[in-house]
Ligand binder design. Structure first.
Ligand code: PLP
Length: 400
């Protein structure tokens, strides 16, 4: 008999009467456009700013849009390098590419699955203008040294918090340490507006910049000049705004439950020889977008893929690390086929040759090759976690 015969639970009902009422109210206005006096998009954005203790918030149409808005508002010249991690969603990277900037990848600590400040420092050059850190799995990256480093080097710091709604570092929400904090509200995330996202920022001038960059540079607050720069349309509609506002109220209970489950898994997985749970920064609250661990090849004698197969045979829906390969190994980087004809304007402007096929980051490659991710959400019970632990204990013991 496999350890697990019945399927793992889906997420408990996420939408109810509150959403229906908020959506109905939005429809009854007979206008889904966000720019008016009683905008629910603006109200939800203010509520988010409040909740995460950030001075300002701009709503966007996706997490990718929030990243693009932030990097655009950093106002870096085309061809400037932006340092980031190769273990992330394509949205992080595509925001850089769309703004005609050059992604440069920092290595990661395999146990941590994120770059340390020294990994970032190792690839910063005089051409670097910004750093985008990613709180992978919703486990806060160690911000203090990175904030200090970026301040000292005059680099814009952007946090990709798409997996970390509700996560904190030294008691403060992630996304409030860098100049911009970017979040996603897509359906996979802790809470959702359908599609959507938002950016947190401290400076009023950044608020206006982000507002403009999310709305074709139409200067709605009349703080500057209309159409002064090129910007896409990343507006959130009033329907998504209605969802955003209601779902914000549901975040705490979702996060509390995931924290408790994740802490239990951390403790129990760390007791199994050969299993290394993602290392966490001290004084943080992780919110477990999913659960990430890796195999210690010195102890586990089979390959990661064989381990995954044996887990599957035990009824455990485990997968590889978050990405199938570090992003620089994806075809669009290997072939530099970002744009048709292989023409990459940012590289031409830079006067440099960015050959990603020559990039080799051993920490990232180890993290990806040895990583295992497990679904985890607020619908799980301790019995579900017991099955994870039993299956890993069994499969590990078979392969010592
Ligand atoms: C989900 C996600 C994004 C992109 O969000 P979308 O809303 O899908 O555009 C960006 N970065 C990370 C780390 C994500 O998990």
């Amino acid at each position: 008999m496999p350890v697990r015969t019945k399927p793992f639970p889906g997420r408990p009902p996420r939408f109810g009467l509150d959403e229906v009422l908020a959506l109905t109210a939005a429809l009854q206005r007979n206008e889904l456009w966000y720019w008016h006096e009683n905008s629910v998009v603006e109200a939800a954005a203010k509520e988010a700013a409040n909740k995460f203790a950030a001075p300002y918030c701009v709503a966007t149409s996706s997490g990718t849009a929030s990243l693009h808005v932030a990097i655009a508002a950093a106002r870096l010249e085309p061809g400037t390098e932006v340092v980031t991690t190769p273990i992330t969603d394509a949205g992080t990277i595509n925001a850089i590419l769309y703004q005609n900037l050059i992604p440069v990848f920092a290595d990661v600590d395999p146990d941590y699955a994120m770059p340390r400040v020294e990994d970032i420092a190792a690839v910063v050059t005089k051409r670097t203008g910004a750093v985008i850190v990613v709180h992978l799995t919703g486990s806060p990256i160690d911000m203090d040294p990175i904030v200090a480093f970026c301040a000292q080097r005059g680099l814009v710091l952007i946090e990709d918090c798409a997996q970390g709604l509700g996560a904190t570092y030294r008691g403060k929400s992630i996304g409030t340490f860098g100049r911009f904090g970017c979040f996603s509200l897509n359906d996979q995330k802790h809470i959702t507006s359908g599609e959507g996202g938002f950016v947190l920022m401290k400076e009023e001038s950044d608020f206006y910049l982000c507002h403009n960059y999310a709305d074709k540079y139409y200067d709605r607050f009349k703080q500057g000049v209309r159409l002064e720069a090129l910007a896409p349309n990343y507006r959130m509609s009033e329907l998504d705004g209605a969802m955003f506002g209601v779902q914000l109220h549901k975040l705490d209970s979702i996060v509390d439950r995931r924290c408790a489950l994740g802490a239990d898994l951390d403790k129990r997985f760390s007791e199994i020889p050969g299993i290394i749970p993602q290392r966490r920064t001290a004084e943080t609250k992780s919110v477990f977008f999913f659960y990430l661990l890796r195999l210690d090849a010195k102890i586990i004698k089979c390959s990661r893929d064989e381990f995954l197969e044996q887990l599957l045979a035990e009824g455990i829906p485990a997968r590889g690390a978050y990405v199938a390969e570090p992003i620089y190994r994806s075809p669009y980087f290997l072939n530099r086929s970002f744009f048709p004809g292989g023409v990459w304007p940012a590289q031409i402007v830079s006067g440099q040759d960015y050959d990603y096929s020559a990039v080799s980051l051993p920490g990232a490659e180890t993290a990806v090759a040895s990583g295992i991710s497990l679904p985890l959400h607020e619908g799980y019970t301790i019995t579900d976690l017991d099955d994870y632990i039993s299956a890993f204990t069994l499969v590990a013991a078979r392969n010592y």
